[in-house]
Design a protein around this ligand. Structure first.
Ligand code: PEP
Ligand code: MN
Length: 337
């Protein structure tokens, strides 16, 4: 349920509404918009009606929230949310490109890639220090040493760092080094990890699970929001289907479909969606045309030598070309790169 306050309602009346909500055992989350404030009441009402709140000073109306997710819903927050990562805002007019190798392999490759993607206009560096691999024999990542390399790449280039966290007990460690915590497809429903990421304040990039519906992705986001972290960016990276010409199947429609349900920024990962470097730029263009707020793209100086995901990594020339092409697409949809 949400309590929609009248435009210009006083802080005192908002506080009273929150106290009333809490007094019946619900949790109240105020959302301060530019025009008006709404207060979300979350929890089990145990059959109690909340009609009397409608009579309270400053209250315009009380409406049930129909979506199973509450705080992530557009019903609660009609304005698009902007998630700030250093100086950059995901969800604004400018499209944010996060780029870098799949994994932190070495300081040399990481810094060389960071310098190059920055020169092409990327706003953040991606690379995993903890890799969730399908095979236990595959490269698992450099772990804390990888996080240190990422921190040095940030010092060298000024780029923000986006890196994956795979376990709740690592959240504090990863948050010490990263600017954005990535929660990967394989962990989208690791509820303890979602809760831990919600209990700290670094932005979270939450990727869609391999077989998750959009509602399940939004409910996973809700775990983070409901723990107090409002800085959530959603990422469409395709899902597993019977089709095998691409690594995963990306529905471009999921971008506007998500944006019709949530105020959270939505970005697209054309690398994991396709699995083939030759398909990355065309899908990235389609994502921007469909309204994506950003992209996360794998780039490697020598994809043929990459320890992880070389086949879907762009080389430097490919990334540079993609960024140039995207400028024209962005302009056509009133966005900038
Ligand atoms: C990644 O970004 O390298 C990754 C493992 O992606 P996903 O979780 O989408 O498979
Ligand atoms: Mn990868």
């Amino acid at each position: 349920m949400i309590v929609v306050m009248k435009p210009g309602a006083s802080r005192e009346s908002i506080d009273h509404v929150m106290e009333k909500i809490e007094s019946i055992g619900l949790i109240s989350h105020p959302i301060f918009g530019t025009r008006r404030t709404v207060v979300a009441a979350i929890g089990d009402k145990h059959g109690r009606t909340l009609d009397d709140i409608e009579a309270m000073p400053g209250v315009e109306r009380v409406v049930p929230i129909l979506a199973p997710y509450k705080m992530a819903s557009l019903e609660v927050h009609e304005e698009k949310s902007v998630v700030k990562v250093d100086g950059f805002s995901f969800g604004g007019v400018r499209i944010g490109v996060i780029a870098g190798p799949c994994a932190v392999e070495s300081e040399e490759v990481t810094i060389e890639t960071a310098r190059f993607v920055k020169s092409c206009g990327a706003v953040a560096l991606r690379a995993g220090a903890f890799k969730p691999r399908t095979s236990p024999y595959a490269f698992q990542g450099l772990e804390e040493e990888g996080l240190k390399i990422l921190a040095r790449a940030r010092e060298e280039t000024g780029l923000s760092v986006v890196t994956e966290v795979i376990a709740p007990e690592h959240v504090e460690l990863v948050a010490r080094y990263a600017d954005v915590l990535q929660i990967g497809a394989r962990n989208m429903q690791n509820f303890l990890l979602l809760k831990a990421a919600g209990e700290q304040q670094k932005p979270v990039l939450l990727k869609r699970g391999m077989s998750a519906t959009i509602d399940e992705l939004l409910l996973a986001g809700e775990y983070i929001l409901s723990r107090g972290n409002h800085n959530v960016i959603l990422c469409e990276r395709g899902i597993r289907t019977f089709e095998d010409h691409t690594r995963n199947t990306l529905s471009i429609a999921s971008v506007p479909a998500m944006q019709q349900r949530t105020h959270l920024p939505v970005i697209v990962d054309p690398s994991h969606a396709t699995g083939h470097s030759a398909l990355v730029a065309p899908v990235a263009r389609a994502a921007v045309a469909a309204g994506a707020d950003g992209l996360i793209v794998e780039v490697h100086p020598h994809p043929e030598d990459a320890l992880v995901d070389g086949a879907q990594s762009l080389d430097f020339r490919g990334f540079e070309l993609m960024m140039k092409e995207l400028e024209r697409i962005a302009e056509a949809v009133d966005r900038t790169m």
